[in-house]
Design a protein around this ligand. Structure first.
Ligand code: GLP
Length: 236
């Protein structure tokens, strides 16, 4: 594992953006695994800036996102599809058809999950997976549980997660969807490279337990210890 200490959020974002840009430059048709949440937003801003300046292009890049809420149409302001459009996709030269998220409104979520995994496999897997981390150690929406779930799956969001994400739903945890579809641990762990960004003391504490303690499904991010190309960027 490579641990980079950034002096602040801007520095963390710039360092993360550099690694993502390097991937896109080295392999223009790469598959980027992307994440939502507030932490990666600064890195996305930096990538937008570099793309606008012509320093990189996403014209051939394929993206697969980690997760999507169930029950929200893709056009809902708080869907992760909307989040990604607003914070990245609509502001760079990526082709919309190359951007993939699970369909949270699918009538048959099980079939949707299987199809999402099949799509990732057809792309040949993920070259670089960007991750944030939840306060409870979740990655994507792989919540603490008695076991790790390998395939993409529908998950009941924990009370902690709904509370943490209430800020996007007028502060009301009951407004946060109860279920989501998340990429499972398999495709996350099979990504050729993983880049995890964490900002702030609370995140550092959970990361410390995840990367320094036992590997346990009670702290899903702990499974990342097994990955052999993991870069973690934290703010001091
Ligand atoms: C959500 C996302 C995760 C993300 C987490 C942390 O739950 N599903 O992928 O890592 O939020 O978000 P934030 O970066 O806003 O703390």
């Amino acid at each position: 594992m490579k641990l980079l200490r950034a002096k602040d959020y801007n520095d963390m974002s710039r360092e993360a953006a550099k690694l993502i840009a390097a991937q896109v430059i080295l392999k223009e048709n790469c598959v980027l695994g992307l994440a939502t949440g507030s932490t990666p937003v600064g890195a996305y801003k930096q990538l937008i800036e570099w793309q606008k300046k012509g320093e990189l292009t996403f014209a051939k890049t394929v993206t697969v996102n980690l997760d999507e809420y169930c029950g929200l149409p893709a056009t809902h302001a708080q869907s992760y599809r909307s989040f990604m459009r607003e914070n990245l996709f609509d502001r760079i030269d990526i082709r919309p058809e190359n951007t993939h998220l699970p369909n949270g409104a699918a009538a048959d979520p099980e079939a949707e999950c299987a199809a999402y995994d099949a799509r990732i496999e057809a792309f040949g897997g993920i070259d670089l997976q960007l991750l944030g981390i939840g306060h409870n150690g979740h990655i994507g929406f792989n919540e603490p549980d008695e076991h790790f779930t390998m395939p993409t799956h529908r998950v009941r969001l924990s009370a902690d997660t709904r509370q943490a994400n209430a800020r996007f739903f007028e502060g009301d945890p009951s407004g946060v969807p109860e279920f989501a579809i998340t990429m499972g641990m398999r495709h996350i762990l099979q990504a050729k490279k993983i880049l995890l960004v964490a900002n702030g003391a609370q995140k550092l504490a959970v990361l410390d337990r995840a990367l320094g303690g036992p590997v346990t499904p009670h702290l899903p991010a702990s499974l990342l210890q097994l990955h052999n190309d993991l870069t973690v960027i934290v703010t001091e």
